[in-house]
Structure formats: C-alpha cells, structure tokens
Design a binder for this molecule. Structure first.
Ligand SMILES: CC(=O)SCCNC(=O)CCNC(=O)[C@H](O)C(C)(C)COP(=O)(O)OP(=O)(O)OC[C@H]1O[C@@H](n2cnc3c(N)ncnc32)[C@H](O)[C@@H]1OP(=O)(O)O
Length: 405
C-alpha cells in the first residue's frame, strides 16, 4: 500500500475517491462555489492510499483546527475527516495503514492530540480515539413551553434586544460571534475563516436559507444568535444557539418558544446539561433525543496534553497508560497545584491503569473516569481513586462541540 500526501493535481481524484467510499455524488456547487463541505479540504493534509498498480483505494484528511481546552487554552487540533476506503478494498487493513501514517504526520508537525467525528462508533477506538463530548436534541411542544421565573434571587434581567435578520444579510456577524463563543467553551473547535467564505459545512456555515435571531446586550453589542427555520408541519428547528452568556441564551430560547404558528421547537446540538430543561415550568416538556457522541479525542503526547489543559482542584494521580495501536506504554505522575499540572514519568505504583482511548475520553472532562471504571475500561487500584479522578478531571463547564466536519 502506497500512502502519500495529495498533490494539487490530485485534488479532484481525492474528492472523487472520498465520494465513492461514501456512495455519494459530489454536491453541485452553487454559482459562487459555496455550500460544498469538501471545498475546505487542505490539500497538503489529504492522504491518498493506492494499490501497487497505482489505483486510489483510500482517503484520509485533516483540517487545521484549534480546540479549546478546560481552562481556556487554545491548542492545535487536526480534525480528521474524509476517511474512506473503496467498497472493493475494505477489511484489508487500508484504514489501519492510513491511521498509522496520519498519526505519525501529526506528531511530525508537533501536534499532541487529534480529534474527529465518527461516522460509526465502532471504528476509531482501536486507533486510540475516545468519545469526549456528547450532544443531542431537545424538543419542546409549544403548548408546554412556559418558562419558570428565576428563583432564590438568581434573577438576571433579560435586558437587551433581538433583531431578526436573514442569513444572507449577516455579513461576518455569525463568524465573529462564533469565534468569541468557542474561545470560552471547552471542547469547541475553531471555524477557520475560509469555511465561512466557502460555505463549507452545515447551516449556518453553509448559507442555506435561515432566519437569524441576533441578541444584543444592553449596550447594543451582539452577544448571541440562533439560526432557525420553520417547516410546513409547524416545527421550528434551531440549527445552533451561540451565545457568550446565559442571558442571551434564555432570551433566544424564549423567542423561539413563543413563536406563533409553531407546534414544537427543536433545539439541535444541546449539551447534556443544558439549563433549558430546568427553565421549563414543565420539566418533562423538554424531550431529549438523538443523544450521541460528538468529538472524539486522541492524545499523542500525554505529558504535553495534560499540562496544556487547566485544572480546578489540587491533587495527584499516577496514571499507567497503554497505547496498543502505537505499541507504547508510559506511567506518569500527574500533580495539579493552583490550576496547573505537572506530568512526569514515574515508577510509583499506579492509581489508575487505562488505555489511551479512555484517557482521550476523560481528557476534556465530559466523560467521568468513574463511569469508565464501572464500565470495566479503567482499572482503579484503590476504592476511592475513581471519585478523586472525577473531581480532578472536571472542567469549569461541561465540554461541548457543535461544529460539524
Ligand atoms: C472521521 C471520518 O471521516 S468518519 C468516516 C468513516 N468512513 C466511512 O464511514 C465510509 C464508509 N466506510 C469505509 O470507507 C471503511 O469501511 C472504513 C474507512 C470505515 C474502514 O476501512 P477498512 O480499510 O475496511 O478498515 P481496516 O481494514 O483497516 O479495519 C481495521 C479494523 O477495524 C474494523 N472496522 C473497520 N471499519 C469498521 C466498521 N465500520 N465497523 C466495525 N468495525 C470496523 C475492521 O473489522 C478491522 O478489525 P480487525 O482488525 O479486528 O479485523
């Protein structure tokens, strides 16, 4: 198997091979070239796998994203995408060879972790990826949509204003607001400017017809938006609500839930602990569905990864980490003091023994170590250590990613 970086001349071949693997036809570009997810491929990060006789049979690529870690550090995070093997060449190790090649390239570039969205959750664990953030939908029937008043003096006055714009008239407003939001949200990834320019992605990055409710604070400064559409059956679907504070999020939810001619409101991409269910006067009015894994994380340099994120409790743990895919093993003493971690090799007895995929899953604070201990994936060497690890790995807020790539 010959695996090489795609040249500019091979770009069309790469795109065609991806589409055969997914049994899709390339979308017809809009006149301005927008609305096509593959337009954002970075050719120098696209890999083509060929057979001995030169036939392309596999593809894998990466986008150069930034990931927001707990504590606010922004770190380079290649976003793996366009992974495909022709139906004629599956289960012969093509993907395995591409993953090995790609992880080595990430390390050569100095990248210490990578991320992806998995088309099927059985594929990527063997390559060291673990599910680190989760998302779902919340559906609220309009006739049960009343919101509680704030309690216990927690009243945040909903001062500000909302304007409804057309997606096409928003200029760079959505891009700017998303960028402010993602810098403060653990688990969020950047949307590089050319994604917006090319319309590469799902709405509202892709410029499909949408209304955009833009929230402004009391000083008139935009601090959030929700993009939505209403279908013929009376379902108002919100693609995403992006805000830099909870007041804006509540105001935008109130607007959607009070919209006339609507029978139900569907909030897509809601994090597991979204406050809206608690705001509803009728808790069970908000029905969660389509709960799914979203961002998978793969650590490539454990000390760098653990010292890059922020920490919120002092403590120490000895982690014994195996990486079967890369045939590596390390034991590390993780010491956290005043929000910063030190992580060094040690020969002390381990507190937790775990696979690198499970370290990826708990890294952002969205999967608890104790859940994986109870699942039989992490071995806790003392009875109290799982709870200690839960406290240590927690993020300042639950990690969430809603960017599709
Ligand atoms: C980040 C993204 O881009 S997600 C998109 C992933 N791509 C797709 O879903 C497109 C359609 N599917 C495909 O193109 C291929 O089936 C791929 C890319 C998923 C797998 O490629 P292959 O070359 O067949 O994988 P490879 O032969 O290296 O498989 C390695 C192991 O993973 C297992 N595996 C591979 N794909 C799957 C799967 N979809 N479900 C369960 N197990 C799988 C294989 O059985 C094999 O296991 P084994 O080592 O125990 O025998």
């Amino acid at each position: 198997m010959d695996i090489r970086t795609t040249t500019d001349q091979e770009r069309d071949l790469f795109v065609a091979t991806v589409h055969i693997a997914f049994a899709r036809f390339p979308d017809t570009p809009n006149e301005d070239g927008s609305g096509v997810f593959w337009a954002a491929y970075e050719t120098d990060r696209c890999l083509l796998a060929r057979t001995e006789d030169g036939r392309p049979v596999g593809t894998a690529a990466a986008y150069s994203f930034e990931l927001t870690l707990p504590g606010g550090a922004l770190v380079p995070a290649p976003g793996v995408t366009a992974v495909g093997v022709l139906p004629t060449h599956r289960r012969q190790g093509v993907l395995t060879a591409m993953m090995r090649h790609q992880l080595a390239e990430f390390r050569d570039r100095g990248e210490f972790l990578s991320v992806l969205l998995a088309s099927e959750s059985q594929i990527y664990g063997r390559f060291g990826y673990g599910p680190a953030t989760y998302t779902g939908r919340l559906t609220v029937p309009r006739h049960r949509a009343a919101l509680n008043a704030p309690r216990a003096g927690a009243h945040t006055p909903e001062i500000g204003s909302i304007e409804i714009l057309n997606r096409a008239d928003c200029g760079e407003l959505l891009e700017q607001l998303y960028d402010r939001y993602r810098r403060a949200q653990p688990g969020a990834i950047s949307r590089p400017p050319h994604w917006w320019a090319l319309g590469a992605g799902m709405p509202p990055v892709a410029p499909a017809p949408r209304y955009v409710a833009v929230h402004r604070d009391a000083d008139g400064v935009p601090d959030g938006y929700a993009t939505y559409y209403l279908d013929g059956a009376g379902t108002l679907t919100i693609d995403e609500t992006i805000t830099t504070n909870d007041t804006a999020a509540t105001a935008l939810a109130r607007l959607a839930l009070g919209h006339d001619l609507v029978t139900e409101v569907v909030f897509k991409h809601v994090p597991p602990d979204h406050p809206l269910r608690w705001q509803l006067a009728d808790f069970n009015a908000g029905q969660k569905s389509s709960e799914t894994d979203w961002l998978w994380v793969r650590l490539l340099d454990i000390p760098r990864a653990l010292t890059a994120r922020g920490w919120f409790t002092d403590g120490e743990l000895v982690l014994d980490v195996t990486d079967p895919f890369l045939d590596e093993h390390g034991r590390y003493l993780l010491t956290v003091q005043d929000g910063k971690a030190d992580c060094v090799p040690t020969d002390r007895k381990p507190d937790l023994s775990l696979d690198v995929r499970d370290l990826g899953a708990i890294y952002l604070g969205g999967t608890t170590p104790s859940a994986l201990v109870r699942a039989g994936h992490i071995h806790a060497h003392h009875p109290d250590v799982a709870a200690r690890a839960d406290t240590l790995f927690r993020a300042e807020r639950s990690p969430h990613c809603l960017h599709w790539f």
